[in-house]
Ligand binder design. Structure first.
Ligand code: EPZ
Length: 418
């Protein structure tokens, strides 16, 4: 297993470009199952989750792979299997998004339930509710979803909660259903908007893109498409917070500032200077951050995927802060590790109260999930002394060459293969 060895104390400086959006690509690769032609995705990140999705598509008999570094091609002429097995789905829950496209394209699917995950129970009831509303016969047997539908029929569905992949799963199925589907209370994340745009480019008829109400006119077939994936907004925000916690001055190029309003507001509230220009977003850290309050929320609220990273900035801030995690029930696994580095954080249920300290000290720490691991890297960069972040495979799932990006900004971080 690899670990990162980090020697903190260097203010990051320079400019950096985040990779393409992991979460956008995963949905678009699932959508490629709907297409009778080739789907070519450019600016894709070389992360483990994407490799896992390629393995799942291949298991479905689909020709999927890297065409060049950064470009993935999927040729889903005719999937020869409709089963996504447990041993793959359990390693990456986003695989569950092949369910809707398989039912819509092939009339049946056998997909393993994703099971739990470190940050929460993460049920998929809304995915199943939506597919049943479209007329699919859905049964749960032996930890698998078995679903059949000769032809899906349009429906009118209101999601109980705004779920990102739930919206994406049902939306993809609706594109090939007979008739009109209205989806309400859909997730507004940019990854949903990007999926709508690409599906439209494949021939789908979708109205309301970017709003909480989508109207889909089913079509009989979808064609291939070439698309350049948008920059990863969470990686971009992570790099900005890395600059803030080290007292640096960094420009993140190529990211879409409009996808980060809530995060940029909070970073400014905490005292850093953030300017948006044509080329990107520049952050100049202030003298010392000041405490603030953060409530995570579905987009356009403060993203849960930035909560752990922001907590590092607040741990070093002047005065108290309060962080409430409203999206997932167990997303404070980074807190015990930050405490070992000297942070003063107390957790009560979904709320963490942070008493800022003047500095953190390096220590060996354990990564537990993708974003918690990113926060430990940021803490290491901000700390005095040396930090070893163990189990960096968690980070490799969603950040491509993060150590190279941080080193290019002056961060002292290197990967050690144990
Ligand atoms: C997506 O997960 C992202 N993953 C997550 O990013 C992100 O944290 C999350 O959205 C929230 O923004 C991908 O896009 C691949 P949800 P998803 O369904 O779709 C409840 C990362 O770090 N819910 O929007 O699984 C659920 O329990 C990952 O990149 C139901 O109750 O999240 C949660 O409380 C981590 N029933 C809330 O909705 C359902 O059927 C939001 O979850 C589905 C969800």
């Amino acid at each position: 297993m690899d670990r990162f060895v980090i020697r903190g104390g260097v203010p990051l400086a320079g400019s950096v470009t985040p990779s393409g959006s992991k979460n956008a690509v995963l949905a678009l690769m699932a959508a490629s199952l709907l297409a009778e032609g080739d789907v070519v995705l450019e600016n894709t990140p070389g992360v483990r989750d994407l490799q896992t999705m390629i393995r799942i598509l291949k298991r479905l008999g689909v020709d999927a792979g890297w065409e060049s570094s950064g470009t993935v091609r999927v040729q889903a002429a005719e999937p020869s299997s409709v089963e996504a097995p447990y041993e793959l789905v359990r390693t990456m829950r986003a695989s569950f998004m092949v369910l809707g496209p398989l039912i819509a394209r092939c009339g049946h699917a056998r997909v393993s339930l994703p099971g739990g995950c470190g940050i929460g129970a993460r049920p998929v009831d809304q995915h199943l509710k939506g597919l049943r509303a479209l007329g699919a016969k859905v049964e749960l047997t032996g930890g698998y979803v078995e679903a059949h539908a000769d032809r899906l029929r349009g429906t009118h569905l209101v999601f109980d909660v705004p779920t990102v992949t739930g919206t994406q799963n049902v939306l993809m199925a609706a594109c090939l259903a007979e008739g009109t589907t209205i989806l309400e209370n859909v997730a507004l994340e940019p990854e949903v908007t990007e999926l709508c745009t690409v599906l439209t480019g494949m021939g789908a008829c979708i109205r309301g893109t970017g709003t909480a109400r989508l109207e889909v006119e089913g079509v009989s077939r979808l064609s291939g498409v070439r698309h350049r994936v948008v920059a990863d907004r969470i990686e971009a925000a992570t790099l900005l917070v890395a600059a803030a916690v080290t007292g640096g001055d960094v420009e993140v190029r190529g990211a879409e500032p409009g996808h980060l309003d809530a995060v940029l507001d909070k970073i400014r509230e905490a005292g850093a200077e953030v300017t948006v220009s044509e080329g990107g977003i520049r952050l100049r850290a202030g003298a010392r951050a000041s405490g603030t309050r953060i409530n995570t929320a579905p987009y356009p609220g403060f993203p849960t995927d930035m909560q752990a990273q922001m907590m590092v900035l607040l741990a070093l801030a002047e005065g108290p802060s309060v962080v409430t995690e409203t999206v997932f029930e167990n997303r404070f696994m980074h807190v015990p590790e930050l405490r070992r580095m000297g942070a003063r954080i107390t957790v009560d249920g979904r709320t963490a109260v942070i008493e800022g300290v003047p500095f953190l000290s390096g220590a060996p720490v354990m990564a537990t999930d993708l974003r918690a691991s990113a926060s430990l890297v940021l803490a290491g960069l901000a700390s005095r002394g040396e930090t070893n972040v163990l189990r960096v495979y968690h980070i490799d799932r969603g950040y491509h060459q993060i150590e190279q990006k941080l080193s290019s900004l002056g961060g002292r971080i290197r990967r050690v293969r144990d």
